[in-house]
Design a protein around this ligand. Structure first.
Ligand SMILES: Nc1ncnc2c1ncn2[C@@H]1O[C@H](COP(=O)(O)OP(=O)(O)OP(=O)(O)O)[C@@H](O)[C@H]1O
Length: 241
């Protein structure tokens, strides 16, 4: 492997199309190179392929063509077991809907990925889950169930769960999409701090221009392709007086 050391996530010419009478092109030759500790946002019009790209980067979907390297490891020949292990160990996911398990407490929701990975004993899992909840200001709510929390609180628990196995990369799909503006700012700052203070690579799809302003790197996507001009146009429309 001859990849750049600084590259935490690199994609080369990713292409994803859904076959059919009229094929649907989701992602069209996207290449990118994202460093450790970088806070990246992906923006673009509705239907431009942002979620599809994030799913490919998160190994939740497989490209028809192209390659993805995670921390220098070529993932293109991974079998299902290797994909599953990498999803659990190296990647953390935060979605617009929190996907917390309703019948589990906050603490159990955060512990679950550690149980799946099976590397820590029960006491260590509990300690780690509590420490993550503490960092996210949710320790006092650890015995509550998801329905007893606000949207912003649920999203903070979802972030704690995403961090459970200490992944190198956090992928977030519209993480503030369902939140009121104060909670959205809070979640955005948490994600930014994960990158800047904890060295996580954070890649977020968002429609929130404030989110984009906070990011280190902005990727504009139009019709499944990277489009550098998109931000210039959005900025002049939204930010310029
Ligand atoms: N499995 C699928 N089969 C067919 N078409 C799909 C599939 N998944 C996505 N699409 C289509 O591909 C395009 C890109 O979808 P995607 O969800 O990636 O866009 P997006 O930029 O995230 O959109 P939004 O901002 O509205 O969430 C859309 O036109 C969508 O309808």
């Amino acid at each position: 492997m001859t990849e750049k050391q600084s590259s935490m996530l690199r994609a080369d010419n990713l292409f994803r199309e859904i076959a059919g009478e009229i094929p649907v092109r989701l992602v069209d030759n996207v290449s990118l190179d994202i460093a450790a500790g970088e806070f990246v946002c992906i923006m673009g019009p509705s239907g431009s392929g942002k979620s599809s790209l994030l799913y490919l980067l998160g190994l939740l979907d497989i490209p028809n063509r192209g390659q993805i390297w995670l921390d220098g490891i070529d993932t293109s020949h991974f079998n299902e077991d290797q994909l599953a292990e990498h999803r659990l160990r190296y990647l953390g996911y935060v979605f617009q809907f929190h996907f917390l398990l309703a019948e589990f407490t906050v603490l159990d929701n955060v512990t679950l990925p550690m149980r799946k990975l099976g590397q820590l004993n029960a006491a260590a899992m509990l300690e780690r889950a509590k420490s993550l909840l503490d960092k996210l200001g949710m320790l006092a709510q650890m015995h509550k169930y998801p329905h007893q929390l606000s949207g912003g609180q649920r999203q903070r628990v979802a972030i704690a769960r995403a961090l459970a196995n200490d992944p190198k990369i956090i992928l977030a799909d519209e993480p503030t999409g369902n939140l009121d503006s104060a909670s959205a700012v809070n979640v955005r700052e948490i994600l930014k701090n994960l990158a800047h203070d904890m060295g996580k690579t954070v890649i977020a799809v968002t429609h929130d221009i404030q989110f984009a302003t906070a990011a280190d790197t902005r990727i504009g996507l139009v019709d499944g392709r990277i489009n550098a001009d998109w931000f210039t146009r959005v900025n002049s429309a939204v930010i310029a007086p």
